[in-house]
Design a protein around this ligand. Structure first.
Ligand SMILES: Cc1cc2nc3c(=O)[nH]c(=O)nc-3n(C[C@H](O)[C@H](O)[C@H](O)COP(=O)(O)OP(=O)(O)OC[C@H]3O[C@@H](n4cnc5c(N)ncnc54)[C@H](O)[C@@H]3O)c2cc1C
Length: 384
């Protein structure tokens, strides 16, 4: 959606295909990072975003050290935004869609699922997709796969992806939050489990880490076991774990961490999780996906307007985003090894020693954050 908006503002004809009928899904994280907040300002959307109800996350308590969690204060950051905004992702996507639809060259087709690539002369020439009206073809000089960690487009492209093993999957569920409960985001580790608690105002979004592939086996033990474990990790929730009615209240989020050595081929570019699936560790994947989109918009607007996108243009997008991606994934893998895997296997965890300010920067801004290209900028508060 972000790439669509940026390109449409350059006058490029863009069609975004989304397989769901709406963005109302609850499993992609709700973080809008400080660097994305700055981007929204640059796009003239700061006021519009500020009107969307959200929580401000200014402090993180991260279970990176054995004896006490690492307290990170985002107010230490330099720059206009010193927090992460917690917003249901559908609100952000709806806002971006509304703004993009104000551009005459932008169109959005919801309920449109891509299932194959069109090829011509050895290049990708568009996609086949299905919707309520049947199957269709959409031809384009450039197809961008932004279809997430299970990317169908990437699979259809035959491009290679390098998988890094991950030790965890995540159970995702909610419990009510009351006056005096912890705010911000905090993590609890113990008894072979880690619980991440995300304050969403009236409720906690909870992420409970389980061993990779152990979902069926653990569910067979009964929902009471989960209630007991949550109460043991977060005693302040003991009085309400009964509100977890059954397993239907608990979604399994399958975690993957991988990266394509080459993010493109003739007529095709992969970005975001499609190019490099991020672990939920640190909650940074949305930021990386947004940054990829802005980088792609900046680099590709001119070649797309010329109608001549070459491999070297696509290579420039990958080159621009490679270091932040590889570095962030290395850090996630280190945390998997030092904290998550030993925690899940009930072994002693290792300390991950990082300076607080560096952690704040990495979480809230990311490495080499992108800025809106001039052609996409609008005056503050002007929206489109
Ligand atoms: C448990 C868990 C928690 C996480 N929490 C956070 C967090 O708090 N903060 C954070 O920053 N990151 C978090 N992440 C990582 C984050 O979700 C991803 O890195 C990020 O969503 C990637 O964005 P994306 O746009 O590339 O893909 P996605 O957000 O996955 O979006 C892909 C889109 O493509 C659509 N689509 C898929 N297939 C097709 C198709 N064939 N045709 C048409 N449309 C299609 C999907 O419906 C979806 O809308 C978490 C990940 C997991 C697994």
């Amino acid at each position: 959606m972000m790439l669509g908006l940026v390109l449409a503002r350059a006058g490029v004809e863009v069609t975004v295909l989304e397989k769901h009928d709406d963005f109302l899904r609850d499993f992609r994280g709700d973080t809008v990072h400080a660097s994305t907040l700055t981007l929204l300002d640059e796009l003239g959307l700061g006021d519009r975003f500020a009107a969307v109800p959200h929580q401000r996350l200014e402090r993180l308590r991260l279970p990176l050290r054995r004896n006490a969690p690492l307290d990170v204060d985002l107010r230490l950051l330099r720059g206009p935004h010193k927090h992460i905004a917690m917003v249901p992702q559908w609100d952000l996507l709806d806002m971006l869609a509304d703004v993009a639809l104000e551009e005459p060259s932008f169109s959005l087709r919801m309920g449109a699922e891509v299932f194959a690539l069109l090829r011509e002369g050895g290049r990708v020439a568009g996609v086949r997709y299905g919707d309520d009206g049947g199957d269709h073809e959409l031809r384009a000089p450039l197809t961008v796969a932004c279809d997430g960690r299970g990317s169908h487009v990437r699979a259809a492209s035959g491009l290679r992806v390098r998988e890094f093993g991950v030790p965890l999957d995540v159970w995702w569920f909610r419990l009510p939050r009351r006056e005096g409960d912890p705010d911000g985001v905090s993590g609890r580790v113990g008894g072979g489990a880690t619980l991440i608690m995300i304050d969403r105002g009236s409720y906690f979004q909870l992420g409970y880490q389980i061993r990779k592939g152990a979902d069926a086996e653990l569910r067979a033990a009964g929902i009471e076991t989960l209630r007991e474990r949550v109460a043991a990790l977060a005693p302040e929730l003991a009085d309400r774990v009964g509100e977890l009615g059954g397993w239907e209240d608990v979604s399994l989020l399958t975690v993957r961490l991988n990266r394509m050595p080459r993010w493109f081929s003739g007529g095709l570019l992969c970005i975001g999780d499609a190019a490099h699936a991020m672990s939920p560790v640190g909650g940074v994947g949305i930021n990386l996906a947004v940054q990829d989109a802005v980088a792609a918009g900046r680099v590709l607007a001119t070649p797309l307007r010329r109608g001549d996108v070459r491999a070297r243009d696509l290579a420039r997008v990958q080159a621009r985003r490679w270091a932040p991606t590889a570095f962030t994934q290395s850090l996630q893998r280190l945390i998997h090894r030092a904290v998550i895997r030993p925690g899940l296997e009930q072994r002693p965890t290792h300390d991950v020693r990082l300076p607080r300010r560096a952690v704040a920067r990495l979480f809230a801004l990311g490495l080499l954050p992108e800025h809106a290209p001039r052609f996409a900028r609008r005056a503050h508060g002007s929206g489109a």
